[in-house]
Write a protein that binds this ligand. Sequence first.
Ligand code: DGL
Length: 273
Amino acid sequence: MNSNQPIGIFDSGVGGLTVAKAVKKILPNESIIYFGDTAHLPYGDKSVAAIQAYSVRIAAYLLNRGCKVILIACNSASSAAYDLVRAFVGKKAMVFDVINPTIDDLRENGSGRKIGLIGTQQTVNSGVYAKKIKRLNRNINFVALATPLLVPMIEEGIFEEQISMDIIKKYLSDKSLDHINALILGCTHYPIIKKQIGSYFSGAGKEVEVIDAAEKVAKTLKSHLEHHLLHAKVKCKGDEFKVSDYTASFEKITRIFFGEEVNLERVSIGEVF
Ligand code: DGL
C-alpha cells in the first residue's frame, strides 16, 4: 500500500455520498473511487447472503482499482458483510465500516444512557448494533426501530415538507423510543434529515442527541491513515463516481447527498458482478 492510492467507498446507491462528503472535507488531498450498487438497491430489504455476495464483489473491484482503503458506507452492508469483506481483503487494504466508529464513541460516552437507533429492516433485524453495544458492558439501554419509508422519501427529495415531517413524527413518536437520550442515525441516507429529526425532538420538548456516523467515520479513517503514514501528502488525481446501473435521476439526486451534482459513470456489470 502507498499513500497515493485512492480510497474506495461503496454503498447500495447514492446515500453513501454523505460519508464520501465527510471524507473529502477532512481529507481533501485524497482521491476517492465511489461505487454505488444502484442495480441492486435497496440493500435494506435484501437477504444477508445477497448483500454479502454483492459486497465481496464490489470490494474485489475496488481492490483491482488499486484502493488502499475499502470503506463500507452503508449500514445494511456493514451489518451483513463487514467481517466477510475484511476476511476477503486481508492485508491488501484497510477496511472500515459505518458502525464501529459509533460503537467506539458509545464506549466512552454511552454509560447509563438509553440509546435509540433508526435504520433499514436489514440493519435493525441483524441485531449487530445490539450485540456490539451489549459487549461494551456499559449499562446502555438500547432500542432499535426500522424506518423503511425514510430512504424512498429522501430519494424523492421530500424532506422539507409537511408530509415528511409527519412521517418522521410517526416513527420518532413510537413508544419504544420514549425517554431516549440519543438517537443513532443508522442509515447513510439519514444525515439529510438530521435537522428535521432535531427539530422534531426540540418541538416535542425532548433533549435528544442525534448521532450522525459520517463525521466519526471520516475522523477514524484520517487517524488510521496518518498512523500508518498512508495519508496523501499532496493532492491526488480527481475522484470517480461509479454505479452498476445509471439513470439520470440517480445523477440528479447526488446533489442531495454530496452537496453538488457529480457525474456518475456506469461500470459494465461484468467488471464487478
Ligand atoms: N444506505 C443504506 C444504509 O445505510 C440504505 C439504503 C438501502 O436500503 O439500500 O443502510
